[in-house]
Design a protein around this ligand. Structure first.
Ligand SMILES: [Zn+2]
Length: 469
């Protein structure tokens, strides 16, 4: 290639350079600066829950159409794909998918770091703790929800969130941030716990600094263990977050990195863009989009850290696809070679928020105009909205169809789908993730980079460990 280039006439050399230039700009120097045959000191695993390959195209096309940016912050780190089936279904749930990523075991849907026979199996946070590393979990769902749970608890049914909360505080994890306050407080204090325990008080006694708002997080000391519980249940969709006192995923990630970076023996941080998945379940394109963009900001914070640190592996991969998102769809029985990101830029609320306004008695036409920028509804759309005002599910479907028809975005499921998801990696050890792998491989490869064999590690389902570093 180089000799051909030297022999080429000047004109063709110039053409070559002009053609080559955009791809050089679009491709940050990730691959060249990723160092080989070296184990990372720190690992940041970022999971965009429910983010399939179509979600990447969807978000990338949106930022190209509405900003000066050409691609997602992690696009150029793409190294392969991950297969997601669980032990009892070709379509996994988040518990089985998370268990595979965290422990290296295929298990049944609903299992939280137990194998297909229900026996606890060691997860990556236990491997990191074994190595003396500091650990953290940062999510936008309840912290007791499936993905954070598989990195901090062992239960046979993901619904046992009150038990998961107890185990999370006993796991020696330095940083826990997300929603789910209701599983930490007894009924008498506004929570849902029926055992009367106040885990917020117990966490404080065990050495956690507890915060419940973005401003409290900002003022929190940058050392010691931290428990951030910013919502009773899940945190808000990013598109609705301005109406809350909740921090963004990127703010939480940056705060976690500030605290964890002091660990001499390195750290393991798991960050989940949890509600990308929930928006997929609701077939809510705008909420899906904004939670992806919020997740991308968190990835940027992680990559900035890794690029300056040089000892940190950043791995970005989803647990499964949600919603069967289609970027392009039929309209009135016709296939169309287009999709339009622009109408999504006018949407300023989740479909859930719009549905709540309509069910509270606001005129559907007015809600669509103010929250989705849609002034002219077709007669059948108005009719469908008015017929759905007493039925949240029907209302969601009507709103999804109205927005999808205009952007030509489609959905094929209210659940997950079986499609492989993409893997992105940067930093020492990144080569281990090149190619197409079962999701169980991810945990095995990460443990190997940590120098730990997960199958030789004893899980600690009820271990009482002091959380302070
Ligand atoms: Zn999931």
């Amino acid at each position: 290639m180089l000799t051909q280039l030297l022999r080429a006439p000047l004109a063709s050399l110039l053409v070559f350079c002009l053609l080559a230039a955009p791809s050089v700009v679009a491709q940050p120097a990730n691959h060249s600066t990723r160092t080989a045959d070296q184990a990372p000191k720190n690992i940041i695993l970022l999971i965009p829950d429910g983010f399939g390959p179509a979600s990447a195209t969807f978000a990338r096309d949106y930022i190209r159409a509405t900003t000066g940016r050409f691609e997602l912050a992690f696009d150029s780190l793409h190294v392969g794909s991950t297969r997601t089936a669980s032990s009892d279904s070709r379509i996994t749930d988040s518990a089985a998918a998370g268990t595979a990523l965290a422990t290296g075991h295929k298990t049944y849907n609903g299992a939280i770091s137990v194998d297909s026979t229900g026996q606890p199996v060691a997860h990556l946070v236990e491997a990191a703790e074994e190595r003396g590393m500091a650990t953290g979990l940062v999510v936008t769902s309840r912290i007791t929800h499936a993905t954070p749970a598989v990195f901090s608890a062992h239960v046979r049914d993901r619904g046992e969130e009150d038990r998961i909360a107890i185990q999370q505080l006993d796991a020696g994890i330095e940083i826990l941030m997300g929603g789910g306050l209701r599983h930490f407080l007894p009924e008498a204090s506004g929570g849902q716990r029926t055992d009367g325990r106040n885990l917020v008080d117990e966490a404080t006694e065990a050495g956690y600094h507890v915060v419940r708002s973005a401003s409290a997080l900002k003022q929190a000391p940058r050392e010691g263990a931290l428990l951030g519980l910013f919502a009773d249940s899940h945190m808000a969709y990013e598109i609705d977050r301005a109406q809350t006192q909740q921090p963004s995923l990127a703010t939480m990630t940056g705060h976690a990195l500030d605290r964890l970076s002091g660990s001499e023996d390195g750290f393991f941080l798991m960050v989940e863009g949890s509600r990308i998945d929930h928006a997929g379940h609701s077939n809510d394109a705008a909420a899906h989009l904004h939670d992806i963009l919020a997740f991308e900001e968190a990835v940027t914070a992680a990559l900035d850290y890794a690029r300056s640190d040089g000892e940190t592996l950043v791995l970005v991969l989803s647990d499964h696809e949600t919603g069967g998102l289609s970027v392009g769809r039929n309209r009135d029985g016709e296939g169309i070679y287009q999709w339009h990101p622009e109408p999504l830029a006018k949407v300023s609320a989740s479909q859930g928020a719009m549905a709540r306004s309509i069910m509270a008695g606001e005129q559907p036409e007015r809600v669509l105009a103010t929250s989705a920028g849609i002034d002219s509804l077709r007669a059948e759309e108005t009719q469908r909205l008015h017929a759905s005002t007493g039925n949240p599910r029907a209302l969601h479907a009507a709103l999804s169809e109205i927005i999808g028809r205009r952007s030509l975005v489609g959905w094929t499921s209210l659940a997950h789908t079986a499609v492989d998801v993409s893997t992105y990696a940067y930093g020492p050890g990144w080569e281990a993730f090149i190619g197409s792998h079962e999701n169980t491989y991810i945990a095995t490869a990460l443990a190997r980079l940590l120098g730990v064999d997960l199958r030789e590690l004893t899980p600690r389902p009820e271990a009482a460990v002091n959380p302070a570093p």
